[in-house]
Ligand binder design. Structure first.
Ligand code: 9MR
Length: 549
């Protein structure tokens, strides 16, 4: 048994599998003596392909040396393993037209499992069904958020939304980038998403499931705006993190805390974007969203740089801060979304620099929207320049992810996803398939072609994350973790101080629930893989990845 698992972990590949006419690569990590590899059928009866391993490559993010097995030329559909003499067999993988479908749907469904205030019924949630978590119908105005009209202790209702992560709190800033990414996924591929069914309670209505999922969190977000002045509370939270229990078991008081510029502008961007997208499905909701966005914008003009800082709060609040001190990017993104939705020049922002999106840096979301509506065509060059940068030198795992050691920070897997989104945008802007292949290399990374050998999506593949820092997965007594959730990924910061077998940047991942700095799941990390996996599914036929026979 031991030998088998050793050999499995030495051949890294996308454990879901490959589209017939797309690039297909496996990576061998323990210096095989052999120079040939074989692809054999899963029943081990037939050898369908043989090839030469590449020369050895030295990874720049650990001591790992790799050799590449490229079997792109194999286009036969079926179930296979890669075999390297002296090493053994890879996990079984498929070559099929629909190979990305399961992960595309599962990661979107992952959001359903994060819903806060409704029961997850067995017909939708399977064995992970559970009662509703926090009702959040009694939420206190924390002293940090108090004013004359809503003094400390005032009760408001702020139900619904998604739990942010492995914890049970709800944060506006992080909902911002998450919602922007999901709304953009829909806005970039509306026809595709109109056909996707994730088996959620709303699946039978006329609204695409991705939008139904987004609406569940949107209604919560709307409740986080102070109707008196338009400002938005930073989060709806316990005073301290809950223990590792099921949601709703603890009855600790819930608070909304200080308003902030980042939260309010992220809210404005999301509600403005949602407004134009939802108009055709629910005019009333769309109208309320636009009013909310405009009101939030007005509040932000009066408070252009109000940092959220909980350090001296009484009573103390120790849950995640998502504190941000730099607001130019939020101003830009909110301005763009309001401008595109209202067409009013007064919102049109001056262009600022943008890097890969993170929860604290959202400018790129504004670029994507401007380009989607054919505004500011010169931004295209910026996207293409970044995408060409990704194309210059692939890692020892033949991926874009990991070209810079800085890719391995807290939530590193979201960088792989966000690089993928940028590359999908480059493909949409140019039609050059090189960018799509590079985007695919990062999906391959997330699903197993990485130094750890893990598929980082729960429930997918043969060696995937089993013990995420995710309270329901820990506390529900079910062996398998809640499915469709993307683990944070390697993070040499290891701020959790838990046990790590390896500490090099690309290996600092520990599949234990203690390891919140590398093995938590979070909505802003799930959203990019939703975008990426579904975009590839949406584009696969036109890109020629699939095969008719
Ligand atoms: O993703 C966040 C990361 O960038 C920060 O460095 C880290 C520490 O503040 O917090 C992460 O966000 C956590 C949030 O504060 C609370 N919910 C879980 C999030 C993921 O760990």
């Amino acid at each position: 048994m031991f030998l088998i698992s050793l050999s499995i972990s030495a051949i890294m590949l996308n454990q879901a599998g490959f589209y017939p006419q797309a690039p297909k690569v496996a990576v061998i990590t323990n210096s095989p003596a052999a120079s040939k590899f074989y692809v054999i059928t899963a029943d081990k009866k037939d050898t369908v392909f043989s090839g030469n391993l590449s020369d050895e490559k030295q990874s720049t993010n650990s001591d790992t040396k790799t050799r590449i097995a490229d079997f792109t030329k194999l286009t036969t559909k079926g179930s296979f393993v890669v075999n390297v003499p002296g090493i053994g067999n890879s996990p079984i993988f498929k070559i099929s037209n629909d190979v990305g479908r399961e992960v595309a749907i599962a990661t979107l469904k992952g959001f359903y499992y994060q819903r806060v205030s409704m029961p997850l019924e067995e017909k939708y949630a399977g064995k992970w069904h559970r009662p509703a978590g926090h009702p959040d119908t009694v939420v206190y105005i924390h002293p940090s958020a108090a004013d004359e009209k809503r003094p400390a202790g005032t009760v408001i209702s702020s139900p619904g939304g998604w739990y942010d992560a492995g914890d049970y709190n709800k944060y506006i800033v992080n909902s911002g980038i998450t919602m922007g990414t999901l709304l953009s996924a829909y806005e970039d591929f509306p026809a595709y998403y109109s056909k996707i069914n994730t088996n959620i309670p709303e699946s039978k209505d006329a609204i695409p499931d991705i939008l139904n999922e987004v609406i569940y969190n949107l209604r919560w977000m709307l409740s986080m705006q102070d109707p008196n002045d338009g400002g938005v509370y930073n989060k709806c939270t316990n005073a301290a993190f809950d223990g590792m229990v099921m949601p709703g078991v603890t009855k600790a008081p819930r608070y909304v805390v200080q308003k902030g510029t980042a939260a309010t502008l992220d809210f404005a961007a999301v509600t403005a974007q949602a407004s134009r997208i939802l108009k055709q499905y629910n005019k009333r909701l769309a109208d309320s969203c636009l009013k909310a966005a405009e009101k939030a914008w007005e509040w932000a003009k009066l408070h252009p740089d109000m940092e959220y800082d909980q350090r001296n709060f009484q009573p103390a609040i120790t849950t995640g801060p998502y504190g941000d001190k730099y607001f130019k990017d939020e101003w830009f993104w909110a301005g763009v979304e309001l401008y595109i939705t209202t067409k009013e020049e007064k919102y049109k922002p001056a262009i600022i620099d943008a890097g890969l999106p993170t929860w604290s840096n959202v400018a790129m979301l504004g670029y994507y929207t401007l380009l989607r509506f054919n505004k500011e065509p010169k931004l295209k060059e910026k996207i293409i320049t970044m995408a060409n940068g990704y194309a210059t030198k692939l890692t020892a795992f033949q991926t874009v992810m990991g070209q810079s050691v800085r890719d391995f920070n807290w939530g590193s897997n979201s960088n792989a996803g966000n690089q993928g989104i940028l590359l999908i945008n480059a493909y949409k802007l140019t039609g050059d398939k090189k960018y799509l292949n590079l985007a695919l290399s990062n999906l391959d990374y997330l699903l197993g072609r990485n130094a750890t050998g893990y598929c980082f999506v729960t429930g997918i593949g043969t060696k995937s994350t089993m013990h995420p820092h995710h309270r329901p997965s820990v506390a529900d007594g079910i062996k398998d973790p809640v499915p469709g959730l993307l683990a944070a990924g390697p993070n040499p910061g290891m701020q959790d101080k838990c046990k790590y077998e390896f500490t090099a940047p690309e290996l600092a991942y520990s599949d234990i629930d203690c390891a919140y700095a590398s093995n938590e799941i979070t909505i802003n990390w799930n959203a990019p893989i939703v975008y990426l996996a579904n975009a590839l599914e949406a584009l696969k036929d036109n890109a020629g990845y699939t095969k008719r026979k």
